[in-house]
Design a protein around this ligand. Structure first.
Ligand SMILES: NC(=O)c1ccc[n+]([C@@H]2O[C@H](COP(=O)([O-])OP(=O)(O)OC[C@H]3O[C@@H](n4cnc5c(N)ncnc54)[C@H](OP(=O)(O)O)[C@@H]3O)[C@@H](O)[C@H]2O)c1
Length: 331
């Protein structure tokens, strides 16, 4: 059979564009002994993929030029010669950016689609939800009654994080770009919201929205948000450094904020993390998520683009702020 996949054509300098990607057609042979053939149905695009396009190893290897890119995906087994998988099983893998693939079963995880739609495993019930959970539970150790600032609140991690923080009994101030996104954050339960595109003094706006300083900051954005957070955090505040998307497309190094000494003066705790280092929390996450879902505390939103050929545009759309909730590609 034929399958189409997206290859990286060159490591971008600065902002990537459509020219950095190409659609390629490949032949897939029938599965051999111990192999399965999987048809992907949903692909995830994520900001961290920009780091894998830099050509340098960060915490993961870079994508290879001229080869299919990788990413989270869920799909259906359409042929199986592996006793662990049957035709019709739904599986999650890192074999994204392609329509179909052969696998020996390693790295495939069966998912239960009877309770949740399959693509939910690419967001709320997958690494996205887990990221928000790890940041709040382990990095920040959020307590009932505390005030949290959730940045990129209308995005995948942010929208999960707002709801988790509310379920943990915190007060949440969210920031997002544009009125529609801010309204979405309020719908998710945020107590107050700031449109960072409409203020020229972000720290002041967040402080006013919070009714004072904040106890904790969930960093998804970096840059101007990071500077503002150092200003608006209360003494002994905690920062979970999850991502810094504002800087991912910078072609050259940017100056450090001039208020870094606040980390000392306010005794702030700044803790970066990679979600995959904290999989020991998966059981707790699943237990808490299930009970919050059963209590009706969790809603999800997806921004969906159609067809393998739209995957680069879906990815680039993350940097244009096009997504409400999780950005996905449906095949
Ligand atoms: N540490 C980990 O293990 C881990 C795991 C997953 C994700 N992350 C990080 O978590 C963050 C959120 O990831 P996600 O998957 O949930 O993505 P996302 O928030 O769903 O999508 C990206 C959002 O970031 C905002 N954004 C894009 N460019 C921006 C810029 N130049 N300045 C300010 N905001 C910008 C946009 O929202 P607005 O329209 O509101 O600006 C956009 O919708 C990212 O930084 C990602 O790298 C880290």
């Amino acid at each position: 059979m034929k399958s189409r996949e997206i290859h990286l054509t060159a490591y971008p300098k600065g902002e990537p564009g459509p020219d950095n990607f190409e659609l390629a057609e490949v032949d897939i042979v029938a599965p051999g002994n111990g192999e399965v053939l999987v048809q992907n149905r949903w692909l995830s695009v994520d900001p961290y993929m920009r780091g894998r396009m830099s050509g340098m190893r960060t915490y993961v290897d870079p994508f290879q030029i001229g080869q299919a890119m990788e990413g989270g995906a869920v799909g259906e087994v359409i042929e199986s010669n592996n006793p662990k998988f049957a035709k019709g099983d739904w599986v999650m893998s890192m074999q994204g950016w392609r329509e179909a693939y052969l696998s020996d079963g390693k790295g495939l995880q069966k998912i239960d689609t009877s309770l949740l739609p399959p693509q939910a495993y690419l967001h709320i019930a997958g690494l996205t939800g887990m990221t928000a959970y790890v940041g709040l539970k382990r990095m920040i150790d959020l307590k009932e009654g505390e005030t949290l600032w959730m940045s990129a609140g209308a995005g995948a991690v942010g929208s999960a994080g707002i709801q988790f923080a509310k379920a943990m009994g915190a007060k949440v101030v969210a920031t997002a770009g544009g009125k529609e996104k801010c309204d979405f954050c309020l719908e998710l339960g945020a107590d107050a919201v700031v449109d960072y595109k409409q203020t020229d003094y972000l720290a002041k706006s967040v402080r006013e929205a919070a009714g004072g300083g904040v106890d904790a900051y969930f960093e998804n954005v970096g840059g101007t948000h990071w500077t503002a957070a150092l200003e608006v955090l209360k003494p002994k505040g905690r920062i979970a450094v999850c991502g810094m998307i504002q800087r991912y497309n910078d072609a050259s190094a940017q100056p450090m904020p001039d208020n870094l000494t606040n980390i000392i003066a306010k005794s702030l705790r700044v803790q970066g993390f990679i979600v995959s280092d904290h999989m020991d929390l998966l059981g707790d996450f699943m237990t808490d998520l299930s009970s919050w879902m059963m209590a009706g505390k969790i809603q999800t939103r997806e921004t969906v683009k159609d067809g393998i050929e739209s995957t680069p545009d879906a990815f680039l759309g993350l940097f244009r702020g096009e997504n409400f909730g999780k950005m996905l590609v449906k095949l």
